[in-house]
Design a protein around this ligand. Structure first.
Ligand SMILES: Cc1cc2nc3c(=O)[nH]c(=O)nc-3n(C[C@H](O)[C@H](O)[C@H](O)COP(=O)(O)OP(=O)(O)OC[C@H]3O[C@@H](n4cnc5c(N)ncnc54)[C@H](O)[C@@H]3O)c2cc1C
Length: 273
């Protein structure tokens, strides 16, 4: 049988999650409740978190913190987070966006995870609380690398630096069905320029591996270069490094590999999809 338990504090939820293998954190429930309704999840305890910190956005300064329970709708309502509106709008339709949390998106299987792709390109850290202790900040990339092997505990918040120039941040979701189709792939890039050259490029993909990944080859290729035709061509050459896309109902592995460099090139050149 399934039980539901409300936790008034993040510490209580983290403690219960660590102590009970059958406890499942309920974020917005867009995936968890689908598992319940379709009979895949029938035993254990669903943990609801009512702690206001779980849904708090602190975005007034240079360092941004988003509670893991913040919904895509909340992101879209925040003017300070305007640079994240494109990835938030990419998640499902309005009903899904009103429930789907940023924390839940970190755990959504491919081809989901579009918002997480944006967070990866922002070099985000996640605050993970395991047991009743205090939270520990860890790189998002590390959480994603071990996500499918072990439960990390409760993600309480996501932290990252505000891009100095929002125009340096780019996001694209490529899907066949507009506006609500699932990702054939998604790309996020943070490309700050220093003296006209890319400095500390961060590029991430969704649906090109079992979890969102950083495009290290592209980052290396762009570092220190002006974003001209030669640099873009070199980035396209390196585009597939580290990719392990799946064949699913949306696209084949072959197709994803074929079209990724094309879409990356268009994004880097500032061209429309
Ligand atoms: C119709 C539909 C369309 C969708 N379209 C998209 C799309 O276009 N793009 C996309 O990226 N996703 C999409 N999704 C997937 C999903 O809605 C989102 O990824 C969403 O962000 C998941 O958040 P949630 O809060 O609903 O997660 P939940 O369903 O509550 O949880 C999902 C998983 O994450 C775990 N979890 C949640 N929060 C935490 C936390 N803070 N700490 C630790 N574990 C946690 C849960 O225990 C569970 O295992 C879609 C889903 C549906 C049903």
């Amino acid at each position: 049988m399934l039980a539901v338990r409300s936790c008034a504090t993040l510490a209580e939820a983290a403690g219960l999650l660590s102590g009970d293998r059958q406890a499942v954190l309920l974020g917005g429930g867009t995936l968890v409740m689908r598992d319940v309704n379709e009979g895949r999840l029938t035993e254990g305890t669903l943990l609801r978190v009512t702690d206001p910190a779980f849904r708090r956005i602190e975005a007034g300064g240079a360092r941004i913190e988003i509670g893991a329970g913040v919904t895509m709708g909340q992101i879209l309502a925040s003017r300070e987070l305007a640079f994240l509106h494109a990835p938030a709008r990419a998640i499902g339709g309005p009903a899904v966006r009103n429930m789907a949390s940023v924390g839940g998106n970190l755990f959504a299987p491919a081809p989901y995870g579009d918002f997480t792709v944006a967070l990866l390109a922002l070099d985000a850290q996640v605050v993970v609380q395991a047991g009743f202790g205090s939270g520990r900040a860890t790189p998002l990339e590390e959480l994603l690398a071990s996500r499918d092997r072990a439960s990390p505990g409760l993600v309480t918040a996501i932290q990252f630096s505000r891009p100095a120039n929002p125009g340096d941040f780019h996001f694209r979701k490529i899907s066949r069905v507009k506006p609500k189709g699932l990702s054939l792939l998604s790309i996020a890039a943070h490309l700050p320029l220093a003296g006209g050259r890319v400095s500390q490029a961060r590029v991430a993909y969704g649906a090109m591996a079992p979890t969102p990944i950083r495009a290290r080859g592209v980052e290396r290729t762009l570092e220190g270069k002006a974003l001209d035709a030669a640099a873009i061509a070199a980035a396209q050459q390196a585009a597939l490094e580290g990719c392990r896309p799946a064949t699913d109902a949306i696209a084949s592995e072959w197709y994803r590999r074929e079209v990724l460099p094309v879409h990356l090139g268009r994004l880097l050149a500032g061209q429309p999809r």
